[in-house]
Design a protein around this ligand. Structure first.
Ligand SMILES: [Zn+2]
Length: 418
């Protein structure tokens, strides 16, 4: 089974928002209490608690402590699950040791099958803007109005997550379990595409096409830099600082939404034409090392790379096509033609010039061809021509794809330049 998330914007009264905030604080406290209990247990008995023990402990704490009773019982259990999973990731060497959580970092509550109800479905809007609204009741919190901009299999929902974003917006996320598409083995895939992800150019394909950061995205990034400067001039934790901080958070979310939208469109474009997608395999270690030295602006890109990869993978897997990650080591310095390494290549060089065989090609295009070669595909003999992908909405995808409209988040409206 694989889990799929459907995220919808949620609106509620000020009172409900307050209740939600209180519950998030309480859930955070419960999380930290469990963490301390686990530490004590380990110091005294040199053992760790199982998932069920942690769940039971969460329920016991809830019974004994009035404060924890504001949480719905399954939500309290889920706090235990969250801690358990954080600890497992640490045991598996995938994450740092779980630490005490800070209240302002604890932003979501999860309901499982019980404790929530959707009702009062109605259609709103005309024509293209037609969508549904529904009322969600979360036990012990209250009512939310959801804007349901795409269909989702309500009967297969396994968890409902309510999340308060730093901008103050609230989203509700439905997790749906879907049977995994079986890997296809027998039929030999026909055509493959290598994709090099970059900063100046978002993506360069081995067929010569490339995708630049679209203008609205660039504008939003500029605005983020402006807002960051403004924030730095405000007095820390003053009212104006808090206001500026929220404005910045809104802009970040706007950029995130723009990107997601773009990523899904690119995913559809590629997966419709190609059977195999070859990407560089960024290992976690590499990402961490990059993170240390890079500026804030770059880090913003780092996180979007992993999202772009996830979206592309998702689009390919959905169509039962293949995604091949290949080692990224030196991929931009290797000559696609002779395999020699251009040691002198710097980040500023936009053109790759091979010191061994004299081959000249656009830097990113060379890198995407190297990736393709590493995955065992033979790239075309004739040199491909470098050309931009036209702005994605004009590709006719909108008309063609219920699928695409479903994938693209439609909650950007009204969020611009917030
Ligand atoms: Zn060469």
């Amino acid at each position: 089974m694989r889990v799929r998330a459907y995220r919808f914007r949620a609106y509620c009264s000020k009172t409900t928002t307050r209740v939600l905030k209180t519950q998030l604080e309480v859930a955070c406290k419960l999380y930290n209490t469990l963490l301390h209990a686990e530490q004590e247990e380990y110091e005294e008995n040199k053992r760790t608690m199982s998932r069920n023990e942690l769940r039971q402990l969460a329920l016991d704490l809830r019974k004994q402590n009035k404060e924890f009773q504001v949480l719905y019982s399954q939500v309290a259990q889920q706090v235990a699950d969250r801690f358990y999973e954080a600890r497992q990731r640490f045991f598996d060497g995938l994450a740092n040791k779980p630490r005490e959580k800070k209240p302002h970092r604890y932003l979501s509550l999860v309901y499982s099958q019980k404790g929530w109800k959707l009702s009062n479905w109605r259609e709103v809007g005309q024509g293209k803007n037609k969508k549904k609204k529904a009322r969600l009741y979360l036990s012990k919190i209250g009512f939310f109005t959801l804007v349901i901009h795409r269909e989702f299999p309500l009967e297969r929902v396994s968890q409902v997550c309510v999340k308060l974003y730093p901008s103050g917006r609230i989203y509700v996320i439905f997790l749906v379990e879907e049977p995994e598409a079986e890997e296809q083995q027998s039929e030999k895939p026909k055509n493959a595409v290598g994709v090099d992800l970059g900063i100046t150019r978002l993506a360069t394909l081995s067929d010569g096409r490339y995708l630049e950061n679209p203008r609205p995205l660039e504008r939003s990034l500029e605005r983020i830099r402006l807002l960051q400067r403004r924030l730095s001039r405000k007095k820390f934790l003053s009212n104006n600082w808090i206001k500026a901080k929220r404005r910045l958070a809104k802009q970040y979310e706007h950029v995130k939404n723009l990107r997601r939208d773009l990523f899904f469109k690119l995913g559809v474009l590629l997966s419709q034409k190609y059977d195999v997608l070859v990407l560089e395999d960024l290992n976690v270690q590499g990402l961490i090392q990059k993170g240390v030295t890079k500026t804030r602006r770059m880090r913003l890109y780092d996180s979007s790379f992993s999202e772009l990869r996830a979206v592309l993978e998702w689009e390919f897997r959905k169509r039962e096509k293949l995604v091949l990650p290949v080692p990224a080591y030196n991929s931009s310095r290797e000559c696609f033609l002779c395999g020699g390494i251009n040691k002198g290549l710097t980040l500023e060089d936009r053109v790759f010039l091979c010191p061994h065989c004299g081959f000249i090609l656009d830097r990113d295009l060379n890198a995407s061809l190297v990736l393709l070669k590493r995955a065992g595909w033979v790239p075309p003999d004739a040199p491909v021509e470098l050309r931009p992908i036209p702005p994605l909405p004009s590709l006719g995808l909108r008309g063609q794809g219920v699928a695409m409209i479903q994938e693209a988040p439609a909650f950007r409206r009204g969020s611009s330049h917030g």
